[in-house]
Design a protein. Structure first.
Length: 218
């Protein structure tokens, strides 16, 4: 019974991270399409991202119930749930950036479209190494060193996002585009904040995974 409950949790965690990945991929498509001026299609994709984020929440609740019913040793239960919560926050951030775009409708001048798409792909694409790390840990098919390799990749990608964020912030505020007044520049900066929040939350999840993996060795 003990091992059956653990397997049920593992299956649910895989389902959860798959849903989070789909949510982030859909959110990325939303941003790309919006920046390229197809707001109608972006609205449809944003609704899909919202549904996927809700689906991820439901799976998270299922995992919590399984843990409460006695899956895993007491030492690990809290860390596993915190890990799942932290992964869920990545999906929340993906949904939030879609909401920002479709509710506030930021305007992107032509010169800034490519950099915004670039940082969006890097920030939301961070779900790929995060998913590899999570699957590696829960499936038990990798050594701890391999799990840590994947979590380091999350950290390195987040650093790339930080650099892109710095460069794009400078580009926003130093542009000579006369269409952009200071309030417009501030709006684009807030938009950028929401985009990079995704990779920040992914790095938090990777840190939580490192902690859980260390405890699993004791």
């Amino acid at each position: 019974m003990f091992f059956k409950k653990e397997k049920e949790v593992v299956d649910l965690v895989i389902k959860h991270v798959d849903t989070v990945e789909e949510c982030l991929n859909t959110a990325l498509k939303t941003l790309e399409i919006y920046i390229n001026d197809n707001i109608k299609e972006a609205k449809l994709l944003a609704r899909r991202a919202r549904v996927l984020e809700s689906d991820a929440d439901l799976v998270r609740h299922e995992i919590r119930d399984k843990l409460y019913s006695g899956a895993y040793l007491p030492l690990l239960r809290e860390d596993i749930y915190k890990l799942v919560e932290s992964i869920d926050k990545v999906a929340n951030a993906g949904e939030a950036v879609c909401d920002f775009f479709l509710n506030q409708r930021p305007f992107f001048p032509e010169a800034l479209k490519a950099p915004f798409i670039g940082v969006s792909r890097e920030s939301l694409g961070i779900v790929m190494p995060l998913k590899l790390a999570v699957l590696c840990f829960f499936k038990g098919e990798c050594k701890i060193d391999v799990v840590r390799k994947h979590t380091r990749e999350v950290g390195m990608q987040e650093s790339v996002v930080d650099k892109q964020e710095w460069d794009l912030t400078k580009a926003i505020f130093t542009t000579e585009d006369r269409i952009l007044d200071f309030s417009h520049k501030r709006h684009l900066r807030l938009c950028l904040d929401d985009i990079v929040e995704v990779s920040d939350r992914a790095e938090d999840a990777a840190d939580q995974l490192e902690l859980a993996s260390l405890k699993s060795m004791s």
